[in-house]
Design a protein around this ligand. Structure first.
Ligand SMILES: [Zn+2]
Length: 165
């Protein structure tokens, strides 16, 4: 947890963090892109990848696996996940997402709610093997002014929807 590494946010700004989840929770970094905060979880735009509607659901406590959840975290998690997914469908018209959770990460528990758009299927195909190439493509080519505006608009739209529930 103590060794900080450099990471670059979706806007292109470098930052040093050890655990992204703790850094957000402890306000060591700006809590950019937040769309929902519950008692035990937070949902926000992915820190590094400028894909509109690429949402991360992160625990507020430093843990690695679902089997560490306390009972009230279990309930809060499924409610948070379903609220975010429903919001992406209703407010952002996202028909298909992939859910991914990697336990072997230096950052604490988080789930990717990764939107699958038509352009991705056309260029990279479907299913989880397509995700890394899509993310690398986005990291390299989508930090454009127009796309970053789209990312911010998408965050605002989803946040408004989730707050109005
Ligand atoms: Zn942490």
């Amino acid at each position: 947890m103590s060794d900080k590494r450099e990471t670059v946010d979706y806007k292109g700004n470098p930052t040093q963090v050890s655990c992204l989840g703790c850094a957000r929770e402890n306000e060591e970094m700006e809590r950019t892109g937040t769309v929902l905060t519950t008692e035990h979880f937070g949902a926000h735009q992915d820190f590094e990848i400028p894909i509109p509607g690429f949402i991360i659901i992160s625990s507020r406590r430093h843990l690695q696996s679902v089997d560490e959840f306390a009972d009230e975290e279990k309930i809060d998690f499924i409610n948070t996940l379903t609220a975010v997914r429903a919001g992406m469908r209703k407010a952002l018209n996202i028909d298909v997402v992939y859910l991914v959770q990697e336990e072997d990460t230096s950052h604490h528990f988080h789930v990717w709610v990764f939107p699958r758009y038509d352009w991705m299927v056309e260029q990279f195909g479907k299913k989880t093997p397509s995700l890394r190439p899509i993310m690398e493509y986005a990291r390299e080519h989508l930090k454009t002014e127009g796309n970053l505006e789209k990312v911010e608009e998408t965050i605002a739209k989803l946040k408004t929807h989730l707050e109005a529930r």
